[in-house]
Design a protein around this ligand. Structure first.
Ligand code: ADP
Ligand code: MG
Length: 399
């Protein structure tokens, strides 16, 4: 892969950067600016080199047309604060405003194009449509840098097609992500422990299948645990359950037993009356969840068990919270796992936190991000990487 160094002298050159600035918003307030922070080093580096930096990014899921609530304006403001210099926001993606904004950009200045997904060609399945947007983007720049790790698994105009028309390089963030994930997938130092949680088993089937034969231990928590408990014949009350996945999960349990992979399930569960922050709750044995109650976190004995299975690991991949961490009463399991990753780190283990909600949980619970080996900015992309899939936005840079 070509890196930014390979692009040569950048002074006065227009460099288009695809970044992932898809932050959660409450109205126009950014509730977690992790992705904006993560985008800064590459943008600063290009600006310091004298490039005229043009950033393309998306926000939310607009339907291929401009919509005020998906404007990147709040992101432009935050990015400007972090860079310490104003970010010039174009009012459109590749139209008159974008052209004028780029034309008036000085060396070392940064512009942000309006939400790339306001243009339906960005996500089109039609190669020619995507190519026509890539051509429009290419007319705004002399070189391309791919730095939006959260979108590299997408075959989209600003991620994939553009890299075939402009001189293209991988940005520092994507490089860091790929290096970290390769460290966990190519020849991981052992013990290699994978911790999976989050809401749905079906989201993570590919990862479970791929890591089942590679990891030494697989720890399961979060909402997906109830499908595992059901597969073992236990009742799960009103907890999250994907009945159509029970047979698949039974297959995984058998496969793990055969491969000698240890699957660790919680022994106790925090159950509540309902899915609410202030719902009355109790700890019960995992095989004795009462009818009518909902499991919202792994219990304290399980948290301790999980921590003991993590601290001696040399490689740890964690994807998906252990409980509904958004509610304080059900955040303990997630906190214990995060702490165990930190403790493993002090003993020489390398930890990766993947998944948007897991990364948000780590920040929300007040952990120092530097205490983890790597916190991925890309949920879907890191999952597909861990599934062993080829990511179009990486493959196109390798070609
Ligand atoms: P990530 O983004 O890290 O990959 P997911 O999107 O798969 O994680 O899942 C995160 C969500 O899972 C969180 O919003 C959390 O509240 C939810 N969750 C965790 N445990 C449970 C549970 N027991 N019941 C319902 N939802 C849960
Ligand atoms: Mg998520």
């Amino acid at each position: 892969m070509k890196t930014i160094d390979d692009l040569g002298d950048l002074r006065g050159k227009r460099v288009l950067v695809r970044a992932d600035l898809n932050v959660p918003l409450d109205g126009t307030t950014i509730t977690d600016d992790g992705r904006v922070q993560a985008a800064v080093p590459t943008l600063r580096r290009l600006a310091d080199a004298g490039a005229r930096v043009v950033v393309a990014a998306h926000l939310g899921r607009p339907k291929g047309a401009p919509e005020d609530k998906y404007s990147l304006a709040p992101v432009a403001a935050r990015l400007g604060e972090l860079l310490g210099a104003p970010v010039h926001l174009a009012r459109d993606t590749v139209g008159d405003s974008a052209r004028e904004t780029v034309a008036t950009l000085g060396d070392g200045e940064v512009a942000l194009l309006e939400n790339i997904r306001f243009d339906p060609r960005e996500t089109s399945k039609d190669d020619a449509e995507r190519a026509s947007l890539a051509a429009d983007l290419a007319s705004l720049a002399d070189a391309y840098v791919s730095d939006g790790f959260g979108v590299v698994h997408r075959k989209q105009a600003s991620v994939y097609d553009i890299a075939q028309v402009l001189p293209a390089a991988v940005g520092g963030l994507v490089l860091k992500e790929v290096d970290a994930l390769r460290r966990a997938t190519d020849s991981p130092e052992r013990p290699y422990v994978v911790v999976l949680g989050g809401s749905k088993v079906s989201d993570k089937l590919g990862v479970i299948a791929n890591l089942l034969t590679k990891a030494d231990r697989l720890l399961i928590g979060g909402g997906m645990v109830f499908t595992f408990l059901a597969a073992q014949g236990h009742s799960v009350g009103t907890s999250l359950l994907e009945e159509d996945q029970i047979d698949t999960v039974k297959g995984y349990l058998a496969q793990a037993a055969e491969a000698g992979v240890e699957i660790v399930l919680p022994t106790d569960i925090v159950v509540a009356d309902s899915f609410a922050a202030d719902s009355p709750h109790d700890v019960v044995a995992a095989d004795a969840i009462p009818n009518g109650r909902i499991g919202l976190d792994i219990g304290p004995a399980s948290a301790e068990l999980f921590a003991s299975k993590i601290v001696d690991a040399k490689t740890i991949v964690w994807n998906g919270p252990m409980g509904v961490f958004e509610f304080d009463a059900f955040a303990d399991g997630t906190r214990a796992v995060a702490q165990a990753l930190v403790d493993a780190g002090t003993r020489g283990g390398f930890s990766i936190v993947g998944g948007g909600d897991s990364a948000a949980a780590v920040r929300r619970l007040g952990f120092d991000e530097a205490a983890f080996g790597h916190i991925s900015t890309g949920g879907g992309a890191s999952l597909e990487f861990l599934e062993g899939k080829s990511l179009p936005g990486i493959a196109v840079l390798d070609a």
